[in-house]
Design a protein around this ligand. Structure first.
Ligand code: F6P
Length: 545
């Protein structure tokens, strides 16, 4: 396939950008009263409004041409069909099989994986019921009141985000806590709040070799053994992993190992056994509703025409900003307090997937790839970094997400929250013109000189793009749809850039070097084996500790 920048479809977009880059959203809305209807899409109670983006009908049509030209449909179909599209690791990419509710088989190397998927879901359902009913007890017969998930990256961020987002849906279950950081303070604080008699640990690791997770798991194991003896381990530990050998070596019976497979990427794994803490928190039926929501988005992504396809439009519009407007960052802003970990989950999903500098064929990229993603729940972000989004020199496309209904209808809180949600996208789009500022200041009685001095600071250029997503409420199904929407958005962009969105070699070097440094720290002798800075820092630490 021709390089991206050499493709006629890309060049057509570059020409088009030259023509429309200066159009102001304010004028686009003024010229077309039907813009909202034309540029918003709905799916099962979700409304996605793309109209506050710097696009015209022609832009969308050229972006769709580019998607077709880069073989998006064929690659999407190859992913759903279980082809080994993760070529640098020789693996299929099948998180969609984990939530496949269609009854269709999904073949990997000639084998239908669906029976295995259903088998593990059945085990999870059974275990969830036992723990939540009190049938599964600790070694001394006490009911499990606290579940501690020990994992990191995809074995932490996804399930933690969902457990937080669905907190109002978690009744009658154990408290579910998370430990991820190898910093001992993380596990120390969690253990302080738990009683060994009634605590169940889930050791969540796809590889079961991750240093942080194994270190925390050993500390948890020692804590249980010290309080209850070696025999208690069987009642207080379960494993979520692909590596049964390492699980057994650690000392967890593989009867309480919930399996998944190498075709599930870590950052796409919350739908697998890695979702067990979610099921324990909210119950298995609600975990299934999450899977159903994701499946609904999968079906939409698989079958909707590209110009009606929400993840395709979201991915292509995002890429339009990165490659043609030079936008190097991207904000995701949930106006729902329970979704406060959503941006953190998306950081791994997006940045570990598309943070790539070479294409699938090994050639260096000649365009920018995945942007820096950040975000905070509204309205907290408004009092922090929104200033830069409104008036800074960077162009930062934003996604605003809000539920129509809150789980806590207290007084005017939700209308106030949503008034901010609507106002921010309007302000970003419209800005405030010189004439408006001038009028406002004159009305306040300011003199001409004062107004002239204040004007440049008070003018907002506007034309700052945003996409708004409204869901009826943040329930398990809607959350499943939202997460799958972002997964497919990342897939769309990775496909157009031609990168492998499913490997993460970039995280290895630091891990390798840390393995070499640890014995040096433990030995405690001054070092000279590194560069001057690293030697200096290690030797300073040896003196300071
Ligand atoms: O940070 C790299 C990474 O491999 C992630 O992709 C993964 O989610 C995380 O480490 C944890 O890996 P594991 O589940 O194997 O412990």
């Amino acid at each position: 396939m021709a390089r991206l920048t050499e493709s006629p479809a890309y060049q057509a977009l570059a020409d088009h950008h030259g023509r429309i880059a200066d159009l102001h959203l304010r004028d686009l809305f003024a010229d077309d009263p039907g813009r909202f209807d034309a540029l918003s899409r709905r799916l099962d109670g979700m409304l996605v409004d793309f109209s506050k983006n710097r696009v015209t009908a022609e832009t969308l049509s050229l972006l769709i041409d580019l998607a077709r030209d880069r073989g998006l449909e064929a690659r999407r179909d190859a992913m759903f069909a279980g082809e080994a599209i993760n070529t640098t690791e020789g693996r299929a990419v099948l998180h969609t099989a984990l939530r496949n509710r269609s009854g269709r088989p999904v073949m990997v190397d000639g084998e239908d994986v669906m029976p295995k998927v259903h088998g593990v879901l059945d085990c999870m359902r059974d275990f969830t019921a036992r723990v939540r009913s009190g049938d599964w007890t600790g070694a001394t017969g006490k009911r499990i009141t606290d579940v501690v998930n020990i994992g990191i990256g995809g074995s932490d961020l996804g399930p933690r985000m969902v457990v937080e987002a669905l907190r109002p849906w978690a009744q009658d279950g154990p408290r579910v806590r998370f430990v991820s950081n190898v910093d001992g303070s993380d596990i120390a604080e969690v253990l302080k709040a738990c009683d060994p008699h009634s605590t169940l640990f889930l050791v969540a690791s796809k590889t079961f070799t991750t240093q942080e997770t194994l270190t925390n798991a050993h500390t948890a194991r020692d804590w249980i053994v010290q309080a209850l003896g070696e025999d208690a381990v069987a009642s207080h530990f379960a494993a979520l992993s692909t590596n049964s050998k390492a699980v057994a070596t650690f000392g967890i019976d593989t009867d309480v190992m919930f399996e998944f497979w190498d075709w599930v990427g870590g950052r796409y794994s919350l739908w697998s056994a890695i979702g067990l803490p979610i099921a324990l928190a909210v119950g298995f039926d609600r975990f299934e509703a999450l899977l159903e929501g994701a499946h609904a988005m999968d079906e939409h992504f698989r079958t909707a025409p590209l110009d009606q396809n929400i993840p395709v439009l979201m991915g292509m519009i995002g890429l339009w900003y990165v490659d043609f407007f030079g936008a190097d960052s991207y904000a995701v802003l949930p106006y729902d307090q329970y979704m406060h970990r959503f941006p953190a989950h998306l950081q791994q999903l997006d940045m570990e997937s598309n943070g790539k500098r070479v294409a699938l064929d090994g050639t260096a990229m000649d365009v920018q790839t995945g942007p820096v993603l950040f975000g905070e729940p509204g309205t907290n972000g408004q009092h922090s970094f929104y200033q830069l989004i409104h008036q800074g020199t960077h162009l930062i496309p934003c996604d605003f997400i809000a539920p129509a209904r809150t789980q806590n209808p207290l007084g005017e809180h939700h209308p106030i929250l949503l008034s901010n949600f609507f106002a921010q996208t309007e302000a970003l789009m419209r800005g405030k013109t010189e004439a408006e500022v001038r009028r406002e200041l004159a009305d306040k009685g300011m003199g001409e000189d004062e107004i002239a001095a204040a004007l440049p600071h008070r003018v907002f250029p506007g034309n700052r793009p945003s996409t708004s997503i409204l869901v009826e409420e943040v329930n398990p199904r809607a959350l499943g749809m939202l997460v799958a929407l972002y997964e497919h958005k990342v897939f769309v962009q990775g496909t157009i850039w031609g990168v492998n969105s499913f490997d993460q070699w970039g995280v290895e070097l630091g891990k390798q070097l840390a393995k070499g440094i640890l014995p040096e720290l433990m030995a405690g002798d001054p070092v000279d084996s590194h560069d001057a800075s690293t030697n200096g820092l290690i030797n300073a630490w040896l003196d300071m500790r």
